[in-house]
Ligand binder design. Sequence first.
Ligand code: ADP
Length: 579
Amino acid sequence: MTTPDHSRGLLRWLWSRYLRRYKGTLALALLFMAIEGSMFGLLARMMKPMFDQLFAGGDAGLLTWVAVVIFAVFVVRAVASVLQKVLLTKLGQQTAADIRQDLLAHLMRLDLSFHTEHPPGVLIQRVEGDVAAINRVWTTIVTGAGRDVVALIALFSVALWVDWVWTLVALVGAPLLIAPGALLQRYVRRHARTARDLAARLSGRLSEVFQGVAPIKLNQLEAYQSDRYAELTEARVKTEVRTQFGAASVPGLIDIMSGIGFVGVLIYGGGEILSGAKTVGDFMAFFTAIGLAFEPLRRLGAISGVWQVAAAAVERIRELLAAEPSILSPAHPKPAPEGDLDVVFDNVTLAYGDTPVLRDVSFTAPAGRTTALVGASGAGKTTVFSALARLADPQEGAIRLGGTDIRELSLDDLRARLSMVSQEPALFDDSLRENITFGAEVDPARLQAALDAAHVTDFLPRLPDGLDSPVGPRGSSLSGGQRQRVAIARAILRDTPVLLLDEATSALDAQSEQVVQAALADLSKGRTTLVIAHRLSTIRDADQIIVMDQGQVVAVGTHDALLAEGGTYARLHALQFDV
Ligand code: ADP
């Protein structure tokens, strides 16, 4: 439920976490706003001498003076307005950048399971759209609070100076605003929250579509996807219109209130002027002041709407920032093991939610040797890797690296000892060089050696700019085999004692296959290698084979021993390699 306290809490949070550090800029912006706002008060105040002494009184000497002051009012207002806008934009953009930076850093820390539940598009919308909604608040609220409040004070001072009874009459409609205003706020907040959620779901949908364009075409799902998207966009149009209706109704109410006051003063004050109790100058000054007060009043009214929209976004962002990763480094990590490291799974049981994926898995991958994991798809091989890298933590059992329980190592130390070469290596839309070195300074001779060993050098001459050629989104301008060689080059440079390989299931062309295999064989020499094996040659050459079935280890041994034994391995072998 939306309460003023709740809103104040959100504002306080924004202030203490993001705004406070820019309080100098904010103060300066407020100063210029105050200057801008007060100028209209001066303008209204000038109406009285202009009408009473200049026009009615015929004091011609005053003309230049009034003209100069009025012109100065506009110039000062213009300069102050530009300066405050620039300062506010800087403030708004800078805080938005800070929030985005914090969000990104935080989201990358969260567990993989969080990311399974929150698809990328949704998170992108939170980082981009929700932060933009907050950003609008600075410009509106702070502008309102600064310039418009000062303008109102100045203008109402002039009005009071002319006649305090008139001022009261002008405000008779004000109490009518309170109850509908509060209702409207609640209405706006509710719809704004729905609108933010819809925006997030829409970008979630978009990112799914763009990442899966090929399957959409192949399954002729264009119309289906369009329809699903249209449903959401229609809902969004409706909610946005409702939000705007609510937000615009507050200034609307203020207009009606102003109309009531205006007519009241006209009837009451008109009589006083006709009877000679007041001058035309009084009347002009008063109406200029009240007339000029309309705009700032309406804008202040609109602020509540903008704030409700922003508050909905702030709530969502705070929810994200409140999510804590469950996979963390221990408070007092043990020193990382050095040298050749063996990997031990000791009665490991791991479930994703209620789905058990690894059941009582035990094995030892000896240091410096190659252990092949084989088993049907879904047997849990990839999960063995995830558990070792602590992308997911087991519920029972322990995993040891070089004799140390991996939960006692810092995540950084643990992951610095592992390299992963996967079927579909992740490449980023950057140059080939960036994709291999990740911005680190690498000794050119060492880089060259890695490129040679990974056979990246073989295809470099065919790229337009060699190492500086862009690889395209997700590496799309490289072939599958080339992408794998890039991943191998990365692993060579990482030079870790433990290597995790996920062999490609999809066949590369024969030549690429050979090159990649040779590079992988070189890479795994002397390292503790765990390989999810799909190729017969890899399995044959492995020092040890672990056969998995439905999350369990069903057999361990060498190729020949396991074949002789019969059982799952022999069946799998016959199925997979058609021998
Ligand atoms: P493999 O690599 O042997 O094909 P995986 O380790 O990828 O098998 O998956 C084992 C099982 O775990 C599968 O049944 C899969 O559906 C399930 N699984 C994998 N990842 C997740 C996840 N993030 N959430 C829920 N279930 C998962």
